[in-house]
Design a protein around this ligand. Structure first.
Ligand SMILES: Cc1ncc(C[n+]2csc(CCOP(=O)(O)OP(=O)(O)O)c2C)c(N)n1
Ligand SMILES: [Mg+2]
Length: 665
């Protein structure tokens, strides 16, 4: 054991030295956390973690999340030492440089072995809850022959101070995610100085109160760390938190323990002193063979474990089901049932809220896709997210497929990211659209990482009525449309809602967000077509016979207003086309000719019960817009639409103004 710990000490030293040298070379970065956590990480990897760098997506690998993402060099140093083929020494030497895989903060998809993007503090720990949840759910479906892994997290003071940590900890404790193990880097330091400047919380008590198993260790005592992790692993159905007392920047003789080592290079002098103190005579980026071999042995152990797992999978009666569950559903899988459903809708023309239409679409969809995982932040009955045969996930019933995330929008969104990153499930979750701001930092990471989760956001405008301006989105849709790599759908009727869900369920690297009405809307797509028109983002719903005098553009609940306005204009001899625009982002991806055809050359009027921002995709500066200019109010929906002047008459009137004509007939 002694020998082991001597080598392990050197394994930790390798992390420390690679970190300080890479940060020095980049003249930028955060040496403190990786140096302080080097012992915890070395023990964790050396004795517990099972991953195979030659098969980085192996489904039964342990998940490792560096929640304190500023400590990215810890991840890069480890992945380099483990022999990941995309993390050679040049990557470390180009830390934080354009085109390298070693981004300032670890980014999912930039390099193998990065399980999630971290950097916005608190996201990592909250995302890991979703990973640990997916692991429990998968275990319940396939058993421990196929599912036998842990989720390990390193989290700093910052992660635990962030509000999202409360939601994450509470949810994980409640659901009994026993294979989630969080090591807290209890170094008492953040950027401004000592943590006593800004917090007095007893973190251990806080985790205990949320139902976690809690231990405290000296984060530089390898045997104590190992014992704690062993105990955490064996601790039944409580998630575990290990408070690891560490010294930030450990190893740097003069700067360790100070906030000065948090986010600045050590400098040549301190680096030389650190080398001497650590008894590390090797040049920068030079790792002695025996140390490298010790790290590579971890990779080899993982490979053996992975190969044994592959053999079990091949022989497993649920093999095909397991493999299929790891993949996104294909459009071909959905088409037969969804086309039949669309046809039925066009025939029956139900006048229903799009949130209800969403539930009906999910009733069909969830029977076809292999692995839906629904949920809502305590608004199940309002978001209509629980489809007909879904059952609730509870502590002890992980066979369920519907998560009651509680009133934790932010935690829900991060957990959904974690579920998607873990694999095995198509995760969607609901709340009111106005509360998208409570989800937003995690939605942003869904988009940045390109994980295909789906957000079901109901009550999407003043059309929700009496709950008033606190609940009425006005700027929300525009702000979400501003986010790169997020598809925002605002379907007009039940058919468009079904089509939006088809796009959502088959999306592979783009999250989707459905904005759905509380109020009933008429069915506009009365002629069945197999083509998914929502896929084009916007399309001509009604062409003007004999050329357009004006084109009316609308999304969601306002499309029917535009149709009514077109009828009114017809009575005045004005030929109006109506364009339904359920997804701006998809429209922007269409070729120029298609966009030009849809936009037309006639004067235009846009209508949406929201602000105009973003509508320049369809409208020119001089074109008209009927929408909101400020916050809404509390009243029945019909009164609000009249009060704020979002009516068919107003749209028709605006069209007449565009044409320089005074009065409607
Ligand atoms: C949401 C968010 N807010 C602020 C920051 C900027 N920031 C990066 S690290 C840090 C301090 C983190 O302290 P701690 O987790 O204790 O890390 P340590 O100093 O111990 O490495 C802050 C405020 C951030 N990355 N994310
Ligand atoms: Mg700290």
């Amino acid at each position: 054991m002694n020998d082991l710990s001597i080598t392990e000490q050197q394994m930790a030293t390798a992390i420390r030295v690679l970190t300080m040298d890479a940060v020095e070379k980049a003249n930028s970065g955060h040496p403190g956390a990786p140096m302080g956590l080097a012992d915890v990480a070395s023990v964790l990897y050396n004795r517990f973690v099972h991953i195979d760098p030659s098969a980085d997506r192996w489904a039964d690998r342990d998940r490792f999340v560096m929640s304190a993402g500023h400590g990215s060099m810890l991840v890069y140093a480890i992945n380099h030492l483990l022999g990941f083929d995309d993390m050679d020494v040049s990557q470390l030497q180009n830390f934080r440089q354009l085109g390298s895989r070693t981004a300032g903060h670890p980014e999912y998809g930039h390099a193998k072995g990065i399980e999630t993007t971290t950097g916005p503090l608190g996201q990592g720990i909250a995302t890991s809850v979703g990973m640990a949840l997916a692991e429990r759910l998968q275990l319940a479906r396939f058993g421990d022959e196929l599912v036998d892994h842990y989720t390990y997290v390193l989290a700093g003071d910052g992660c635990l101070m962030e509000g999202i940590s409360h939601e994450a900890i509470d949810l994980a404790g409640h659901l009994g995610l026993g294979r989630l193990i969080v090591c807290w880097d209890d170094n008492g330091i953040t950027i401004d100085g000592g943590t006593e400047l800004s917090t007095s919380t007893d973190q251990c008590a806080r985790f205990e109160a949320a139902g976690w198993h809690v231990q405290r260790v000296d984060g530089h005592d390898h045997e104590a760390i190992a014992e704690a992790i062993s105990a955490a692993r064996q601790h039944g159905d409580k998630p575990s938190m290990i408070a690891c007392k560490t010294v930030i920047g450990k190893g740097a003789p003069n700067k360790a323990g100070s906030h000065k080592v948090h986010g600045a290079p050590l400098g040549a002098e301190e680096i030389a002193a650190t080398r001497a103190a650590l008894n590390w005579p090797h040049a920068a980026f030079d790792i002695p063979d025996d140390v490298r071999q010790s790290w590579l042995a971890i990779a080899e152990r993982g490979k053996q474990k992975r190969m044994a797992w592959e053999a079990r999978l091949q022989a497993h009666p649920q093999r095909d089901e397991f493999v299929r569950g790891q993949e996104t559903a294909s459009m071909a899988d959905l088409l037969p049932a969804m086309n039949e459903y669309k046809k039925k809708l066009s025939n029956e023309a139900p006048k229903i809220a799009t949130r209800k239409a969403s539930e009906m679409a999910l009733d069909v969809l969830n029977d076809v896709i292999p692995n839906p995982l629904g949920g809502s932040a305590d608004l199940t009955g309002s978001n209509n997210t629980k489809s007909h045969n879904m059952t609730s996930v509870t502590r002890g019933n992980y066979a369920g497929d519907y998560v009651h995330y509680g009133i934790r929008e932010h935690g829900m969104a991060a957990a959904m990211n974690g579920v998607a990153l873990h694999g095995g499930f198509f995760a969607y979750g609901g709340t009111f659209l106005a509360f998208a701001d409570y989800n937003r930092p995690a939605i942003r990471l869904s988009a940045l990482m390109g994980v295909p989760v789906a957000y079901v956001m109901t009550h999407d405008s003043i059309g929700l009525g009496e709950d008033g301006p606190t609940h009425q989105p006005v700027e929300t849709v525009a702000s979400l449309r501003a986010m790169p790599n997020l598809l925002v759908f605002r379907p007009a009727d039940a058919v468009e809602t079904a089509e939006a869900w088809m796009m959502s369920a088959t999306s592979t690297c783009t999250p989707t967000l459905l904005c759905l009405t509380r109020q009933n809307v008429p069915l506009l797509r009365t002629t069945h077509v197999e083509e998914n028109l929502v896929a084009k983002g916007a399309y001509v719903l009604r062409e003007a016979d004999g050329g357009r005098d004006v084109t009316l553009f609308a999304s969601g609940s306002e499309v029917s207003l535009a149709m009514d306005a077109a009828d009114m204009l017809a009575k005045s001899g004005v030929k109006a086309a109506v364009v339904s625009a359920p997804c701006f982002e998809l429209f922007a991806q269409q070729d120029d000719a298609y966009q030009a055809m849809v936009r037309g050359t006639a004067p235009r009027v846009g209508v949406e019960a929201a602000i105009r921002q973003g509508w320049d995709l369809f409208l020119d500066r001089g074109d008209g817009f009927v929408g909101m200019k400020g916050f809404g109010a509390s009243a029945p929906a019909a009164d609000l639409y009249r009060h704020f002047g979002i009516t068919a008459e107003a749209v028709a009137h605006q069209a007449m103004m565009q044409l320089g004509r005074e009065e409607l007939a």
